[in-house]
Design a protein around this ligand. Sequence first.
Ligand code: MFK
Length: 627
Amino acid sequence: MLLRRTQPLLGRALPRARAWGPGRRAHHGGPPREADVPFARAAIGSFFQGAPSLGNQYAEDALLRGGLKRLLPPQVFAEVTQDLQRFGARVSGEILSLGQECEANPPRLQQFDGWGRRVDHILTCPAWKKLKDISAEEGLIAIGYERKYARWSRVYQVAKLFLFSPSSGVFLCPLAMTDGATKVLEVMNSSGPPGEALGHLTSRDPEHFWTSGQWMTERKGGSDVAYGTETVALPQEDGTYKLFGFKWFTSATDADMTLTLARIMDARGSVIKGTRGLSLFFLKLRDEQGRLNGLEIQRLKEKLGTRQLATAELLLDGAQAHLISQEGRGVATIANMLNITRIYNAIGAVSFMRRVVNMAREYATQRFVFGKLIKDHPLHTQTLAQMEVQTRGGLLLVLEMGRLLGLEETNAASAQDSHLLRLLTSVIKLYTAKQAMAVVSEGLECFGGQGYMEDTSLAGILRDTQVLTIWEGTTNVLALDTLHVLTRSQGQVLQAFSASVQEKVARASQQPELAPSARRLQDALGRLAGQLEGLQGHSNSMEMAARALAYTLARIYIGALLVEHAAWAEASPSDIYASQRWCGQDLCPLDTAQRAGCYGADAVGRDMALVYEASPALHGEESTRAA
Ligand code: MFK
């Protein structure tokens, strides 16, 4: 079904039936009969709520258009906006319908053919295949690597992916890994089959286009990759390797190729433990005849959300693979991919926020309760405004990541830009995922009970959002990575962060409406630096503070981006107001928590006692030790 401006997203409003009231007599003149009451089987009531409709998702996003206009050179903006305007209609029509079909027809695993042969086919619906074709046609990966607009190509690509994501039935996930694999192969300047794959990954021809997987997680660990990876690689005489191991989560398992980690076995059958033993490999999933490359699909995962996407357990039983990193540099090499997929995670998070806010704001113009439309209830509109501010902040941050990535990939990044890109990749991933959970959940509430229903498509958005806090690194893993990046650089990364914030708020400091927000940001920067200094040398306290530290970085940086945008000559009053509202919150939760004694010397002990009070797990352990 095609959904256009005039078409409701969640169902149709029916015309009102005849009014029925206590004073009304049945038309036959006698006493009321069952057939005349409005909720009998013959007439199930006269009122049906109109469903929210989706319009052109680019035209309806004032900040996306404004942000691009401010960031891009005029000629680039003119061309890009034309494409996004067209695409904004496609995502709320054809692409949304395909995404919904994927939700209704999840992938299935056919393990055997009718004659008992093991085939391990993942059967996906035609809509899923069509989304792959559309991804190629629209250049969703190609835009980032053709670099038609040089450093601005990534900003354009981010904007287009942002529009695509919430309609795409999580096809953004395979695209994330495809882009990540492209990045790795480009950085490694790979030749042979991996080098040839690059042409497929960046193709605009659906016949030629490939998607990639990323197989990192084994049974022992999703986060601790170095400890968790047991897969071994046996060198072959022709220079390739055979991989043997078991991958516990492999997403988009219907991909054409993948990158995966393994330990190279030496002639004595030994492998090197830890990170230094891991190398990165490229492999194709199937040969020309469609037979799996030394792989068995154990089963498909049963997931809370993202059911449109095949996630499988895989046995690697002699899969032929090509080494693409230096030996022992697998983690550092796949980090290129991780950084891309983490940015995609943030694009997905903000796109879900935008979708739910757009649906909720439209719904508020037609849902009538307590004597008026819900948009005319100030508390409801205030709630929508809070969600809108979060969404705007997230959007500016993902566009900023596109800007920084584009600079890096065209050799135009300063040292400050490079430090920021590395730091903010972890920060944005963890922060926007948490924002999305809060905003999407709030968004569902805006629909009352309908928000909880599967057949309104709203419940699915919440289920699909939950994975964003988990995959590609959980909140705490990323918080520790953030801490690691800051502490390892001996102050340089913090300096880059502070300098960038100062640059962004400089213009606003001169404008009376924005100066108080600029001052609040500068004050938060000062408190952040003070707290970091105070925590130095206290490793437990540092670790406990890592999450609040990452939140602080996110809130300050997003505040600076909103204020910078609000200080732009073409900014709207709402841009100014959004920045003021953002800066009105606690911009330095690190400082707040420290003052509340959360990271003191005795905090670990008190946390343990609180969590494990009367817990058999801990008391069992203590009694075992005592025995
Ligand atoms: C729809 C399907 C849904 C299915 C459900 C989903 C379930 C979840 C699926 C998953 O499991 S997704 C995968 C989740 N796992 C992760 O995202 C990994 C999280 N762990 C990390 O991020 C660790 O920090 C990491 C594995 C990257 C590194 O840990 P290590 O082994 O302690 O290595 P180390 O020493 O930190 O880094 C090794 C090198 O890589 C260093 O370089 P040098 O050797 O030159 O010093 C690091 O600087 C570099 N490196 C690490 N992270 C980097 C990086 N470089 C650049 N950027 C980064 N982000």
